[in-house]
Structure formats: C-alpha cells, structure tokens
Design a protein around this ligand. Sequence first.
Ligand SMILES: Cc1cc2nc3c(=O)[nH]c(=O)nc-3n(C[C@H](O)[C@H](O)[C@H](O)COP(=O)(O)OP(=O)(O)OC[C@H]3O[C@@H](n4cnc5c(N)ncnc54)[C@H](O)[C@@H]3O)c2cc1C
Length: 418
Amino acid sequence: MHPLNMHSTASKERLTSRRLMQESTWFRDRFGKDRQDLFVDLMDFSKKRIAPHLTALHRGEKPYSDMLKVIAEYRGFTVPEDFGGMGMKIVDSVMMREALAYGSPSVAVFFEGHELCQLCIMLGGNEVQMARYLPELAKEDGPIGCYALSDVNCGSDVANMTSMKFSMNGGIFMLDGEKNFITNGPIANLAVVFAVDPTGQRYRNITAFLVPSKIEGERNGFEHGKPMIKTGWVASPTSSVSFSDVKVLAEDVVGEVGQGFALAVTGLNYGRLKVAAGALGLMERALDETVAFVLGRMGVGGPLRERDVVISQIDEVVEAIEATRHALYDAAFYAEGPGGNGTKVPDFSIKATIAKNIADVNVERVAAICSRLHGGAGMDTEMPIAVLSADSRMYAAAEGPRTLLGMQLGKAALREQL
Ligand SMILES: Cc1cc2nc3c(=O)[nH]c(=O)nc-3n(C[C@H](O)[C@H](O)[C@H](O)COP(=O)(O)OP(=O)(O)OC[C@H]3O[C@@H](n4cnc5c(N)ncnc54)[C@H](O)[C@@H]3O)c2cc1C
C-alpha cells in the first residue's frame, strides 16, 4: 500500500459522502424503506468488495475478470422477475451504478453495455425474444451483452451512420461493417447492433438486430476488435466490433425494421442517467478520499484541514456533488413516472441530458480539485485519487458529448420546449 494511503476510506465506517446522501431529501423522503436499505447494501457491497481493488485494477495488477465474478449477482438487476431478473426500476439502477462507481468507475461501466443490451430487448423486443434472451442475460454465468451503436465515421451523428449496413435477401438480413468504442466489445457474447439500410429514408433506415457472437458454438462473422488501451476506465474492456456477412433471421430484429433510431435514442436517455450516476459515485469517492487525506496531512505551517483555501475547495466539491445528486435523482424519479411503477414512462430526455451534463462538468472539476489537494500523491496510481482523476475524463464522451447535448438543450429552450 502507498504510504500516504493510510487514511484511505477503505477502513472507515462513517463517510462524508454517505452522510450527505442520507441527509438528502431523496434518500430521506423519496426512497422509502426498501430503497434506503437497498442503497446502503449496495454501497456496503461496493465498499467492501470493489473499492479495495480500484488501483490494482487500473494498474493491471488485478484482472477485470475477477470483478466480473464479484458483480455477477447484479447481471439481472433490471430484468423483470418473470424473466429471471430482480425487477429493479430506473431509480434502483441509478443507485446501483452510483454505488459501483464509488468502488471502481471501470467496474460500473460493465453495465453500460450489458444493461443497454437488455434494455433494448425490454423496450423493443417481442415476448419470444424476451423469453429467449433475458433469462440468459440475467444469469451470473450467462452471456455478456453489448450495445453497438457508435459509428466509425461519426459517432455523434446517429441518424447518419454509414459504417454498419444491412440488406435483406429472401427474408434473411445480411450485416456488414464495423462499430467503434463498444463497452464489453472484447468479451461480448451478444450484441444489439444498429445498422443502416443505405437505400432507406433518413430516420427510418436504421434497424436494431440481436447478434450472438457464436451460433451453435461456431463463429458467425461477428469479430471482437483489439481491446482499446484507454486513458481512463482502464479496467473496462472496450473495442470495435465488426460483422462480416453475418446472417440474421427476421426473428432477431428488435422491434420493427426501420425503428432502430427511436430505440437507440430511448436507450441513450436511460444510458445518460446511468453515466451521470457513475460520475456521482466517482465524486463521492473522491470526496471521501480527499477528506481522509486532508485530515491526516500537514501543510505549510500547520494541518491542511485548518487552511481556508483547502476548506473552500472541499466546499466546492460538496456543492458539486449535491447539485449533481439533485439533477440526477430528479431525472430518475421523473423517468419512473408518476406512479413510480415504471408503467407510464414520460419523456425524460431533457432531464436526462441536464443530469448528464451537470454530472460531466462536475466530475472533471471535482477530480481536478481533489487531485490537486493530494499534492504529488495525486499523480501516483497507487493512490485512489489518481485513478479517479483519470476516470473522470471519460464521462465527457459517454452517451453523447457534452457540447452536442448542450446544443440540444439550448435549442429546446429557444423553441420554448423546455
Ligand atoms: C470508453 C468508451 C465506451 C463507449 N461505449 C460505447 C458503447 O458501449 N456503445 C456505443 O455505441 N458507443 C460507445 N461509446 C462511444 C461514445 O458514445 C461516443 O464516443 C460518443 O457518442 C461520441 O462519438 P465520437 O467519439 O465518434 O465523436 P465524434 O462524433 O467524432 O465527435 C468528436 C467531437 O466533435 C464534436 N462535434 C461533433 N459534431 C459537432 C457539431 N455539429 N458541433 C459542434 N461539435 C461537434 C463532439 O461533441 C465531439 O466533442 C463509448 C466511448 C468510449 C470512449
């Protein structure tokens, strides 16, 4: 262990971030007893089983596959109970992502691919597809899912994708092309792939397909790219995925032919909430690590904790966390619908975008402040804050870059549609 890591949060029971959460109106008044218990359980799980491995995962000293086993019990978290899952709702899954990211942002990202794959089946799939795929995807040792949307040529411009095409011949679809930056790409056994019919009309020419990486044990033209060596989320496997003359039957079209764009966009709205939740978990860990460090460290002329400039920077971090929490849980509760039972889903795209952008701006700022407050130790990847700092920059691109999402919000405001 790094000598300056002696005050790390791993051994502490009372944590600043936990007190902040538990004093929030979301926790106290909106969660209810079951959710309060679930949140505390998830945080305890993450703190004990994941958090101690944050730096070793980043440094490649602990294999990511070990963590996949640790989190396997959550693979069916949002899958309905009728299909073998735990039947958790959107607020629960936001809590889950926040808690896991507290332990390791990379580990939480697993669900960015796996849950989005499940979600597409739940949102767009028919009963047969749900019965066939969801129970398998919910199993601890079942297939790993990925969500293959981003185009090689311009990931932001979903409506104009070109790198992944499909054609139809005698009731069989042929997929050809490549997708970029796919979470779980190197390890996925099942992909939801969005492909374009180049002869079709814009917005109606995209279709989602369910594509396993093997059929009856044989490879079928679905190839996993070389794992990307990233600057952050280092322990989460990402790669391109390619499809060469892959045959897909009509029964593996998700929803209707030509409805893939709407499905992709709806999936991204859920994804944005969960990306924001990951950023919140990261910030909470950064706060706890920094409070622990500052409390134990001497500065010029006295303890760091007595310096006004240090105190005001900790205050900035706390405020950023609280602002993010409010935007995030506001959006998540809104998305669950007035009944809170997930049956009536309002359009939560604006709220999800606001939450994601607030989280994205704050996570980079918080990580930079916390890293600075650690001095030289903030640059050493044996210290949690150095890993969190590297991970904090990953939220900028995930589920849509900040600038483009901000433009959507600005345009909506000017059209008086907010
Ligand atoms: C670690 C990681 C995991 C990912 N996982 C997945 C996944 O599982 N599935 C998936 O489908 N995708 C995934 N992505 C892809 C991610 O969603 C994209 O990176 C993102 O949508 C942006 O696309 P791009 O990288 O191609 O950027 P580009 O589209 O090339 O954009 C580059 C920059 O230009 C800006 N820009 C573009 N157009 C404009 C404009 N008109 N005006 C102003 N600025 C503009 C963008 O904001 C961005 O900053 C992942 C990415 C990363 C890094």
